[in-house]
Design a protein around this ligand. Structure first.
Ligand SMILES: Nc1nc2c(ncn2[C@@H]2O[C@H](COP(=O)(O)OP(=O)(O)O)[C@@H](O)[C@H]2O)c(=O)[nH]1
Ligand SMILES: [Mg+2]
Ligand SMILES: [Zn+2]
Length: 337
């Protein structure tokens, strides 16, 4: 690859300097089990493995590495991170991605989207203090547009920003809407299959399929699995800049922002969130929490509960309270991990 060719001399120089053992900083751009793809600051990519059995790092982490072989390295540590997004169920807790600025929730008019998944994605973002952005795709399919808009009204009223677009029907408008939202941020895409996540990635990141194949080949020696999380740098066009080379070697790529694509969002377990985190992850609950008679109120059936009173008045939606109840139940399950 030309990339490797370009960075060859640089690599040799840095390896010689530190006798191959100097710690270098790099970015994790893909993860599949204990196998990582590591991107150096010159854009070249290596296979990376953690030193121990258990791996504590995720896509989006900045790590320190030591060269092991020409295209391999050992991850020796990671830099302090802003945040870390998890997913968990009764059986395991999984690291999803680190250093996230925005959770982009991709929904569509057809097939109908899961409101449960939307609610969970919002809660996961709120629990980390990350900004959520809701996208309703396929507005060209007008038959179910009004129904979808109606279901989203609750979330708009809660203050969540919602974009209505059509990746296929009006790609230019879609780009115009998304550019200012994505530029200079690290965003993770969340969505059920069929909502248009891949279509969106294709529109935003030219050549994304080739990149995916390259990473996939690296991770799985040729098997084209899509069961890994990966990070794509946004192209220069996203922030309106005209100059700049496409690809990882562009020194401005890091500042332009990135998109992290993660498979398997049919379910989004949040067993790892504590009760205290949960009640605060519902923004409409927050002002009511001080109204509860009992300081340790669970907002389920306690007398004098501010949340339940607000629900009775119609100020808090029953759908949202149901989700809270379900998440609280999950949070109380035993966790073997
Ligand atoms: N009508 C319409 N179809 C779309 C749009 N975006 C994606 N699709 C279609 O929806 C299906 C699922 O899209 P895909 O990108 O594979 O979804 P993913 O499973 O979320 O990655 C495909 O058949 C796409 O062609 C859109 O804006 N309008
Ligand atoms: Mg897809
Ligand atoms: Zn209460």
């Amino acid at each position: 690859m030309s990339r490797a060719g370009r960075s060859g001399p640089q690599r040799a120089a840095s390896a010689a300097k530190g006798n191959g053992a100097a710690a270098e900083e790099a970015l994790i751009v893909a993860a599949h089990g204990r196998h990582y793809v590591i991107e150096l600051d010159d854009g070249s990519r290596l296979h990376g493995f953690p030193r121990g059995k258990r791996s504590e790092c995720a896509v989006g982490d900045r790590v320190t590495i030591e060269r092991a072989a020409a295209d391999q390295c050992v991850i020796t540590g990671f830099k302090p991170r802003k945040n870390l997004l998890h997913r968990s169920d009764q059986f395991k807790s999984k690291l999803l991605a680190a250093n996230i600025d925005q959770v982009v929730i991709v929904l569509a008019t057809e097939p109908g989207f899961s409101e449960d998944l939307l609610g969970r994605a919002l809660v996961s973002a709120e629990a980390l203090g990350i900004r959520p952005l809701i996208i309703l795709n396929k507005i060209d399919l007008t038959e179910r547009l009004e129904e979808a808009r109606g279901r989203l009204e609750l979330y708009r009223a809660l203050g969540y920003e919602t974009l209505f677009l059509s990746v296929h029907g009006s790609p230019d408008d879609t780009l115009a809407q998304l550019r200012p939202q994505l530029a200079h941020r690290s965003s993770i895409l969340i969505g059920q299959s069929g909502m248009g996540k891949s279509s969106l990635l294709n529109l935003l990141i030219p050549g994304v399929e080739a990149q995916t194949r390259e990473i996939s080949a690296k991770l799985d020696s040729g098997k084209h699995t899509t069961t890994f999380t990966r990070l794509y740098h946004l192209p220069a066009s996203v922030d309106g800049a005209t100059a700049g080379v496409e690809g990882g070697a562009d020194p401005h790529a890091r500042q332009r922002g990135c998109l992290i694509d993660s498979p398997g969002f049919q379910e989004f377990g949040l067993h790892h969130l504590s009760e205290g985190m949960l009640e605060r992850a519902f923004p409409e609950f927050r002002p009511r929490l001080t109204e509860c008679r009992f300081y340790n109120c669970h907002h389920i059936n306690e007398p004098g509960c501010g949340v339940l009173a607000a629900m009775k008045d119609g100020a808090i939606s029953e759908r949202r309270h149901q989700l809270y109840t379900q998440l609280l139940h999950e949070s109380r399950q035993q966790k073997p991990w």
